[in-house]
Design a binder for this molecule. Sequence first.
Ligand SMILES: [Zn+2]
Length: 516
Amino acid sequence: MREIVARDEAVTRELWDRDEAVKFFGEQGEKYKAEIIASIPADEEISLYRQGEFIDLCRGPHLPSTARLGQAFKLTKLAGAYWRGDSRNEMLQRIYGTAWASEKELKAYLHRLEEADRRDHRKLGRTMDLFHFQDEAVGSAFWHPKGWTLFQSLIDYLRARQLASGYREVNTPELMDRSLWEASGHWETFGELMFTSQTADERTLAVKPMNCPGHVQIFKNDLRSYRELPLRLAEFGKVHRYEPSGALHGLMRVRAFTQDDAHIFCTTDQITSETGAVCDLLLGIYRDLGFDDVLIKFADRPERRVGSDEVWDRAETALKDAMDELGLEYTHNPGEGAFYGPKIEFHLRDAIGREWQCGTLQVDFNLPGRLGATYVGADGDKHTPVLLHRAIFGSLERFIGILLEHFAGKLPLWLAPVQAVVATITSDADDYALEVIDTLEKAGLRAEADTRNEKINLKVREHALAKAPVLLALGKREVEQRTVSIRRLGEKAQQVLSLEDAVAALDTEIRSRTKA
Ligand SMILES: [Zn+2]
């Protein structure tokens, strides 16, 4: 590579005749390239790039000469890949590389890769015994007891926050008739991603890919008055989407996931105050979970849209006013809104600088009218409500993946599935260990005993690997003095406290949700 860079060879683009190109590569034994050229649509150009002796098919663009590549590059890996991604085809060699403008940027990138690998939630899922995947349920997680405890802790937390913010929780069917999805428009626009099921009486039911139409049914099930608005319905809704298997990635991209979904039915006048309340709630929750760096992106009307310009003007202004009132900074993505209304996206920046879009708030002028939802206004007439779609974590599964990678598995005490491991140093401490567990559990802590006849160092190592945040070691001295030796994950030092003081300290830390 360095030699080629030093040669400073010009890279030039050539347009070839299709048949000539097929013949040229065919004669060189490059049958795959010939096949690719033959498959390029007839109205597209066939471009080749030449650099010294070497010529290859490429869409481009390219650097003008090899010297421009600079020195900040690295070949990262070699891997086999099946031709066209199909295991029945021949295996080809693929060489991966990366190039950057400066050595410093290259270094930073490589460091990020290393960190990302160390933090990979799929690995942590194994070592922490949280979840697994298997071929019989592609893209759907099997949650183990510890993983499900984490999952439920997040739900408990969010549920309490939502209820305190005026949301009401509902639950809607996972299987609903095709006709509902046709009415909502999802059958047409989303159909390929939907799982369906045929009943014995020949009805087609679809597994819900989203919760919105279900929530509209609850709204419609009663005669609604303007006095009930805003009506905020929330659901931890399990949805299924048929993602191609190549796109799946651990918990980050799955086929079955749980949305922390909510729909706010309101009037146009209420969009600003509801948006403000959503932003407030969402940013507070992100802070509690250790994400202080949140990027907010505002997206307005696209070319293809429903609704009059006047209504769009009002909705866009309402969203911006809400953010301005809170003094929030945001970027503007012109034309990136949904066809049914403008939206705000919330992106979290994690510990290694990656951005994850989690929260959304979307204004919807389309769905309520489409599904016939109305309320009686102060004027006694029927009106169509505005619908705000809102999610904070987005997908609980994916959010847990993000949390695990952000904290590298070292979850804050309040979220850790097992908060304290009580490990005996000698079997003389077994009875005391049970008493300690009992005291911890009575105080509401999730604790586990390790009374195996093993060396304490081995126990410490194993529980550190499983990312238990606190280890309480009990030996002869602890039994006699009714104390515990506390060791925090990742720290060498130990602190000896009375059992009561230790429980009180852990309890305070959990309640305050401080980061260790
Ligand atoms: Zn929705």
